[in-house]
Ligand binder design. Structure first.
Ligand SMILES: NC(=O)c1ccc[n+]([C@@H]2O[C@H](COP(=O)([O-])OP(=O)(O)OC[C@H]3O[C@@H](n4cnc5c(N)ncnc54)[C@H](O)[C@@H]3O)[C@@H](O)[C@H]2O)c1
Length: 307
């Protein structure tokens, strides 16, 4: 049975999303992970073919076994770092992705899933954000992710490579940390509340986000892996529901059972005000239906997160 399993490469497989993809797919596929450990959240699992290396290095890809599928999660993911060092950001996110697409083209990879980001949209001009919303990224990170996703789509057109671009919104899980650019706010609130301090909200707290549990994201990735209708397209992956940061703080306070009143500070510059994914297309193409309700996900995090 084990011999029949196909090889799947997860880049960034030691990171938040990549590791959960590994957990979901390990029974069905032989997993290879390529990760340079720059923002790894876990150690390499024992049952994978692990290569410690950088996606910028094409040569390293030549040491891979016969890969059938690629799920490309490795990236420089911090908008802040991308402003400090846009060249590094572009080298990892654009050249690194291009290396993998080239590898996929030359080695007849059956399916390439590129994990992009909602940061490619920039400030929402309408809500919920559909896949044809204008793309005007606000950071070098958003721009490098957009360029990489355009390459993935172009490879589908030019070389008939079966690529699908998935755009997660704000992903949360037990592996996230305080500095996580997408859902670090959840960790920060939990930490403050567990320590008996009120959560600190930047601005008036009326800003909205679409938080999606990592388990739902990996279900979407697995669906995209086998769905031929997803070839050459971009799909939003969100919960389709929004929450204000005030509501998020209140949910966590009530989970804790403590009597705390959030504190407000100045708002953060450059933050988008509102965000909400339209997931209609992912529902139609993939049959995607997020299952984890935010309150349940927060309860799990509050109980299990280790500070
Ligand atoms: N976390 C979110 O909410 C979110 C939202 C939208 C999009 N994304 C995208 O999802 C993907 C995964 O994000 P994540 O939250 O798991 O991030 P993460 O930082 O937890 O994981 C990224 C992994 O990639 C590895 N890596 C980074 N640069 C590398 C390189 N040059 N070569 C090889 N490995 C490298 C890191 O060591 C890490 O293990 C990224 O492409 C990110 O842009 C994430």
């Amino acid at each position: 049975m084990a011999q029949n399993k196909k090889n799947i490469l997860i880049t960034g497989g030691l990171g938040q999303i990549g590791y959960h993809v590994y957990l979901r797919l390990r029974r069905k596929y032989k997993i290879c992970i390529l990760d340079n450990k720059s923002s790894a959240k876990v150690d390499p699992p024992e049952d994978v073919f692990f290569i410690e290396g950088d996606i910028q290095d094409y040569k390293i890809l030549e040491s891979l076994p016969n890969i059938k599928y690629i799920i490309h999660c490795a990236a420089q993911i911090s908008p802040e770092k991308s402003v400090q060092n846009p060249i590094y950001d572009a080298e990892v996110n654009i050249i690194g992705t291009l290396n993998l697409l080239e590898y996929a083209r030359k080695n007849h990879v059956t399916k390439f899933i590129h994990i992009s980001s909602a940061a490619t949209y920039g400030d929402p001009q309408f809500l919920p954000i559909t896949e044809n919303h204008p793309k005007e990224p606000l950071s070098p990170y958003g721009l490098s992710k957009l360029t990489a996703e355009n390459y993935a789509l172009l490879y589908s057109e030019l070389f008939d490579l079966d690529t699908t671009v998935l755009l997660p919104f704000n992903v949360y899980s037990l592996l996230q940390k305080e500095n996580d650019p997408y859902a670090g706010v959840i960790y920060k609130f939990i930490k403050r509340i567990k320590e008996g301090n009120p959560p600190v909200i930047e601005g008036d707290g009326l800003q909205t986000r679409d938080f999606i549990h990592v388990e739902d994201v990996v279900v979407a990735i697995e669906l995209a892996l086998t769905q031929s209708k997803a070839k050459g397209i971009v799909l939003n992956i969100g919960s389709g529901e929004t929450v204000t940061i005030n509501e998020l703080a209140q949910h966590l306070i009530s989970i804790s059972g403590k009597k705390l009143q959030p504190i407000h500070t100045d708002s953060r510059k450059g933050d988008i005000r509102e965000s909400c994914a339209s997931i209609e297309l992912a529902q139609k193409i993939l049959g995607f239906n997020p299952l984890v309700k935010l309150k349940e996900g927060l309860q799990e995090l509050y109980e299990k997160i280790e500070l």
